[in-house]
Design a protein around this ligand. Sequence first.
Ligand code: FAD
Length: 305
Amino acid sequence: MTTQLIRPTSPALDAILGKTFRVLDDGFVRVVDYMGTDSSIVQAARVSYGDGTKKVSEDRALIRYLLRNYHTTPFEMCTLKLHVRVPMDTWRQWIRHRTASVNEYSTRYSIAIDGAQMTKPDQWRQQAQDNKQGSAGYFDEVRGAELSAAEQSLHALSKDVYNSRLEQGVAREQARKDLPLSTYTEAFWQMDLHNLLHFLALRMDAHAQLEIRQYAETIGEQIVSQWVPMAWEAFKDYRFGRMTLSQQDQELLALIAAGKDQAAAEWCKEKKWLRTKDGKDILSREALEFTDKVTRLGMTPPWEG
Ligand SMILES: Cc1cc2nc3c(=O)[nH]c(=O)nc-3n(C[C@H](O)[C@H](O)[C@H](O)COP(=O)(O)OP(=O)(O)OC[C@H]3O[C@@H](n4cnc5c(N)ncnc54)[C@H](O)[C@@H]3O)c2cc1C
């Protein structure tokens, strides 16, 4: 006997299928296709856990339980296919996520996309002093205008050299080698929801570079939130918004909560979270990260007390 199945669809995602979400100056993200919805996650889980009841509130509770407890495979039952347009330097970070299926525009086969990401005068970021991988603050507009003008000249020169090589018959695969990393590429990028949430957790995080963060936020807030709202809510709660406390974090937190200031100070010295050099207090990286955590909890670390 054949059981007639109805394909699960997301009306909210159907409504934005093919819509272009602009990112950066000339990039975009578009949903090309998808498979599954919140109900597919529940359906897959119920093969493991039995039928249960089918109330919406219980679907939500099940999805939250699964996400909270790393029951990951039901989330792999949903898949999202995107068409993205991304500058090469951002794409270089993006493509590190190995669990996607990707087809990228070929600049061996076709002429490179005639578009490079431009930075506005007020968008040039300064190197952060406390984080070698990060930026902190912006240049003033006068300096920014100079940086943008230099960028424009560089783009124009590299474009001229590229076009001239093509005109002279240089192979496209070689002619492209001096194009800037700001040149846009396009790809079809498909990933299951489990791995997509992992990608979003890493790339929406404040430590991710601003440019890829803007793409990740667009995918997360504009697309995934519409597609699988229950999974998205659980993700925001248990994955993206969570705070992890290591065993050492917990030890120190317990001392702070108990008001044992002296013991907390000794603990910090013993674990080398706090040391003194040339009369200055130096905090380890773990101590700095702990500062963020306790501050979020409305508490004060021993070195600030
Ligand atoms: C803020 C930030 C800074 C970064 N800085 C650097 C840097 O300086 N240099 C650098 O090289 N990279 C850097 N990366 C890239 C980072 O190290 C990862 O390569 C990238 O984030 C992809 O993560 P992933 O491997 O977990 O994801 P995916 O490739 O999407 O894989 C998802 C998960 O699948 C599993 N998996 C996939 N492939 C394998 C495998 N072959 N073996 C075992 N398990 C596998 C893992 O559990 C993995 O977490 C940075 C990333 C971030 C977010």
